[in-house]
Write a protein that binds this ligand. Sequence first.
Ligand code: XBP
Ligand code: MG
Length: 238
Amino acid sequence: MTATLSPAAVDRVKDMVARAGALIFDVDGTLAETEEVHRRAFNDAFAQAGLNWCWSRVVYRELLRVAGGKERIRAFDAMRPSGASLSNGRIAELHSIKTARYVELVAAGGCALRPGVEALLATAQERGQRLAIATTTSRDNVEALLSVALGPDWACRFEAIVAGDEVARKKPAPDVYFDVLAKLALPASDCIAIEDSGNGLMAASRAGIPALITRSMYFCDDDFSGALLTVDELTEIV
Ligand code: XBP
Ligand code: MG
């Protein structure tokens, strides 16, 4: 399914995107379909740590309702019949093994940007729009992904970058979006958030930022009521 509005309404949203002072991008699922790489990194970390855990796509889809890798591990641990048994220290250790593995996987094979992302970034910059990133994942993961996908100078293109390990509360809390707005010194109404998940839409909406949704592999069935527009790919609005 492509845009969920009439052609005239889609054009109005395209115009809003073109006139926004800044475009604020989510990372996982929005810039690139990274969650299968995350899932593999989690499973490789569990194997390396001697845990007989292996998250299938079905299990991971459920766990993705929990934002944040450490929080996801904790949620899975708590769901087990014997109940939670991992300490916070052990969870942090597992997550750092996972992050190192994710960085390795992305550096080795990369994870391509989704269709339309590079064109939208370039068009926005040509229009003089400011770019930012608001993500739940860690800065290390953003660096690994975008240094391959956009080149070593990728960060110069984004005036504000706020990652999940830099705020008190992850999405659906608005913390990363509030921090981006403060760094940009722009009102929420002059920005557009580009997201792929219900948690991301809620985080942007709670910060007062209008949001555009690009459907992704794991969140295509989420409820995106309140979004400006829901598209299958960003090529539909470039
Ligand atoms: C997606 C997330 C992250 C990733 C895993 O972030 O919820 O938790 O799934 O990365 P977003 P970490 O869509 O906001 O970019 O293990 O580093 O959390
Ligand atoms: Mg996302």
